[in-house]
Write a protein of this length. Structure first.
Length: 303
């Protein structure tokens, strides 16, 4: 029997992820609050449900891809006016939350699911919209090993790599640690280009050196913040996202929250980078890719 999937949150990431499940032959019933997401999903063969509740009622697996923790928790447990998905689904349904949310919110989602007699995995992703579309995402999974095994074929349909990180919360922890590195390295690469420009090294030459030396990293070789060396990078396309600066600010903030949750002091770069992305995404960078932070760094360096 085909696994029946409910997919809630059909935005930039969820839309193409659900479309890949349909392409692989799964029956997908989807819901989103945004009419534009629903229109797009319909063209991909996703059956549009009347509500999130209606989508999950006959599902074997419920996948969510939502902006933040409060959306996940509100949908899972419901509000004064509406039932939650956990109580609407048949008992023992597998809930997989692919959103990037706080570790503490993810732990709450797991315990809400367990109290409602449901199974739960968190499976945040990296790879962006391009990876969601191509089905090449990396999933970082936390929850029970046995649930991970059951989810395997679905995750393989949407991604190229699934890493089981351990019990509840560990998938989100891995995702946040990775994005902390990404946020910090983008600032480092940007500062290096601004310094190189001032010292008279051309961007292409500096790229050639760093891409083949110890400065090599994804922020440089895949999402290079200066136009030229990496044709597909947002710097060549008016810094259209890509990965929006608002999302990077959100993830850096999640990392800061996770440090506090874990009882760790902020020892330097994480907190500093979080503040830089917050300021940038609240202002000139609001609609830009996170790599556009190089412009803010260039302006500050010239003050
Ligand atoms: P998005 O805003 O495009 O999509 C989220 C969708 O959720 C929207 O369409 C919104 O209408 C819908 N939604 C919100 N509340 C809802 C509700 N109550 N019921 C039904 N639908 C609801 O965001 P996105 O870029 O697809 O990102 C989704 C998640 O993936 C975020 O947590 C983000 O941090 C993470 N992520 C994004 C990227 C990326 O490159 N965009 C990469 C990795 C991870």
């Amino acid at each position: 029997m085909t696994t029946r999937i409910a997919f809630i949150g059909l935005g930039h990431m969820g839309g193409p992820m659900a479309a890949n499940l349909v392409k692989a032959g799964y029956e997908v019933s989807g819901f989103d609050l945004a009419p534009s997401s629903l229109d797009q999903a319909r063209t991909s063969g996703i059956k549009i449900a009347e509500s999130a509740i209606a989508a999950v009622e006959a599902a074997d697996v419920v996948i969510t891809m939502l902006p933040a923790g409060r959306h996940v928790l509100e949908l899972y447990s419901g509000t004064a006016e509406s039932r939650g998905l956990l109580s609407a689904a048949s008992p023992d349904t597998l809930f997989i939350d692919c959103s990037t949310i706080a570790v503490a919110d993810s732990l709450s989602a797991h315990s809400l699911a367990a109290s409602a007699g449901q199974r739960c995995l968190e499976a945040p992703v990296s790879g962006g919209v391009a990876g969601a579309t191509a089905g090449t995402l990396t999933f970082m999974v936390g929850g029970l090993d046995s649930d991970f095994t059951q989810a395997g074929p679905l995750l393989e349909t949407m991604g190229k790599r699934q890493v089981y990180c351990g019990g509840p919360g560990t998938g989100q922890a891995a995702k946040i640690c990775n994005n902390m590195v990404l946020g910090i390295t983008m600032i480092a690469v940007s500062e290096a280009f601004v310094l190189g420009e001032r010292l008279g090294v051309g961007n292409d030459a500096l790229f050639d050196v760093m891409a083949n030396a110890s400065g090599q990293c994804w922020a440089l070789t895949s999402n290079c913040p200066v136009p030229g060396p990496v044709p597909a990078s947002p710097a060549n396309h008016d810094f259209r996202p890509g990965f929006a600066s608002t999302l990077m600010a959100k993830d850096m903030n999640l990392a800061a929250e996770a440090q506090a949750y874990a009882g760790l002091q902020d020892v330097g770069l994480g907190g500093r980078a979080a503040a830089m992305y917050r300021e940038f995404s609240d202002g000139e960078g609001a609609t830009q890719d996170f790599s556009a932070i190089i412009n803010a760094i260039r302006s500050k360096a010239d003050e």
